[in-house]
Design a protein. Structure first.
Length: 587
């Protein structure tokens, strides 16, 4: 089956799963017949006058246009017009498009229109610079690019046009001021709205097992990996979020994350499609503005990092009654204090679900229905996919999981021993997109995918029904939910003319989970500071969130017998410094 999946795509568009696998997941009730666009269409038919899409009121400060608030009828008009634009551009089912946009409701419109047409959307983080853009372009070869004139002082359209000048001859469609050689997207949408009658009757039905997105994640070697996910993959994720958080129909959701990956698309957007309420965008993150939005839009659910939940719990608004609309919250990406969960539940009646996920489809949900003890919920997750346990979150029973020893690969069945979590099931992606193929080389012969995350089997009431997170086996640094590959920075530091060698490692941070520290070995007599390192790395045109925020000078980069960098030793060295010289924050 693995070879068959890797060798070809079937039917119209990209259907990356074999028929046997599709039937198996359908029979267990995990996969259905509804695409993500069809969910939106159903919601619009049921509540045409209800509020659907809401911009951050600060929108005009950061990008083109003013903030919008669309009901479902108005949203349908925008989605249909965008679908006409895509059809008139000649885009076909299975084609890949990029969007390179700030957090605005047009991202939702592009996604829904593309899914109606069977087009695969590949979102680019607006912080990406030419290095990341080129790497992803070479991997995906999009047929069209949707972007905007700016995000703050960053000229998005000009950047992507200049970066791809010698490589891409397709349309660059721009919201706002349109550079020469690009196309005004607003003009195309306006003309599409003037089309009379149903201009989309010729669109073919889309299979829910076709690919819906290709999101990008950092591999351990620094090369972006394209994570393919189908409509049904996303449907399983949204069901897990709704069941774990006990969300109901008509929830009012807010997205605080860059709209490019699992946290935003799975944690909030597709959850909105399942819930059928409203979807608010936040651009860019500001805690005071976020709290104002929660109050103004009467948000009932969002997902926030543990450090943000702690800051809110200590804010004036926590006890002011202005957050009363919140019924539930999701959190993840870093450990949370059980006392904070208790505080929210006891003082505001807000239930918190601890989420552990990845772009690839790892989906652990520790919520009040399957883990009622707040302190257990803060650090442990139901031991999903084990025949000896049954859970109320459906996906916890649909997937299969096991822990294996990092050295021997043997399965771990006893408490107190850490191992890598392996999973398989309907929430899991089919493989990475490489050169027009699905690459499953990261799966084992039994179809399990290694998450690279270390867990141990824990006990609750003397029953071994919990997984307790220990740490990561892979080197990936996760800063505020964004993956950073240390190797990418290592290689650049090795090339620095004033350094003998250098490497990076993470250090803990209460707000972002982890930040990056550069560990350098300068040539004799060289005086070099963090500013110099940042200036050098900035010339490599990489996204700023990857840049180191601390620097230490060491005698040598620690390596093992195979000359691989010992990242854990670097982390120990960083932790041993009472004071880190040149420690400063990159804006």
């Amino acid at each position: 089956m693995v070879d068959a999946i890797a060798s070809s795509f079937r039917k119209a568009g990209l259907i990356p799963f074999e028929e046997q696998e599709i039937r198996r997941f359908e029979e267990m009730g995990a996969w259905g017949e509804e695409t993500l666009w069809e969910q939106f269409q159903k919601n619009a038919s049921a509540t045409p006058d209800a509020l659907a899409l809401i911009d951050d009121p600060r929108r005009a400060e950061f990008t083109w246009g003013s903030a919008q608030r669309l009901n479902y009828d108005e949203a349908v008009v925008e989605v249909d017009a965008m679908a006409i634009v895509m059809r008139d551009l000649g885009l076909q089912p299975g084609d890949i498009i990029f969007y390179y946009l700030p957090n605005v409701i047009e991202q939702a419109i592009i996604l829904l229109a593309a899914w109606r047409c069977g087009i695969i959307v590949s979102p680019l983080l607006p912080q990406f610079q030419s290095k990341e853009i080129l790497e992803i372009f070479d991997a995906a070869k999009p047929k069209a690019i949707f972007t905007a004139d700016r995000l703050g002082k960053s000229a998005l359209a000009e950047r992507i046009k200049a970066t791809l000048a010698d490589k891409y001859d397709g349309p660059i469609l721009v919201y706002g001021n349109t550079p020469s050689g690009c196309v005004s997207l607003e003009g195309l949408v306006t003309r599409a709205k003037s089309v009379t009658g149903d201009a989309l009757t010729d669109l073919e039905a889309i299979d829910p097992n076709a690919a819906a997105t290709i999101c990008w994640t950092s591999g351990t070697e620094g090369t972006p990996k394209g994570v393919v996910r189908t409509h049904n993959n996303w449907n399983v994720t949204s069901l897990s979020v709704c069941q774990g958080g006990q969300l109901e129909k008509g929830e009012r959701l807010l997205n605080p994350f860059p709209f490019v990956n699992m946290a935003s698309i799975g944690g909030v957007f597709t959850t909105w499609l399942r819930s059928g309420g409203s979807f608010s965008q936040h651009i860019p993150f500001n805690l005071d503005a976020l709290l104002d939005q929660i109050e103004a839009d009467q948000i009932s659910y969002t997902v926030l990092a543990p450090a943000i939940l702690t800051r809110i719990a200590n804010s004036e608004k926590f006890k002011s009654g202005k957050l009363d609309s919140l019924r539930a919250l999701g959190t993840g990406s870093a450990p949370i204090d059980g006392a904070i969960i208790v505080k929210y539940e006891d003082e505001l009646g807000i239930k918190i679900t601890n989420l552990f996920g990845s772009n690839e489809g790892t989906s652990l949900s520790s919520g009040p229905i399957d883990c009622p003890d707040p302190f257990a919920r803060a650090s442990s997750f139901p031991r999903v996919g084990r025949p000896e346990f049954e859970w109320r979150v459906s996906n916890a029973n649909w997937i299969k999981s096991k822990l294996v020893d990092t050295e021997s690969g043997e399965e771990i069945t006893a408490t107190g021993e850490s191992g890598v979590l392996l999973i398989k099931g309907p929430s899991l992606f089919p493989g990475y997109y490489r050169d027009g193929r699905i690459d499953r080389s990261d799966f084992d012969s039994d179809g399990y995918f290694s998450t690279g995350d270390l867990f141990e089997i824990g006990e609750e009431d003397d029953v071994q029904n919990q997984y307790r997170f220990v740490g990561r086996h892979k080197d990936i640094i996760i800063r505020g939910g964004m993956n950073i590959a240390p190797t990418e920075l290592d290689l650049l530091l090795m090339e620095h003319p004033q350094l003998v060698e250098g490497a990076v490692a993470s250090y803990p941070d209460d707000e972002l989970g982890e930040r990056v520290c550069a560990c350098i070995v300068p040539h004799d007599g060289v005086d070099i500071g963090l500013d110099d390192i940042i200036e050098y790395l900035t010339t490599k045109n990489m996204a700023r969130y990857k840049l180191p925020e601390r620097m230490i000078v060491i005698e040598a980069v620690p390596r093992n017998a195979m000359q691989k960098i010992e990242r854990h030793t670097l982390r120990d060295i960083i932790a041993g410094f009472d004071r880190l010289d040149n420690a400063e924050v990159v804006a």
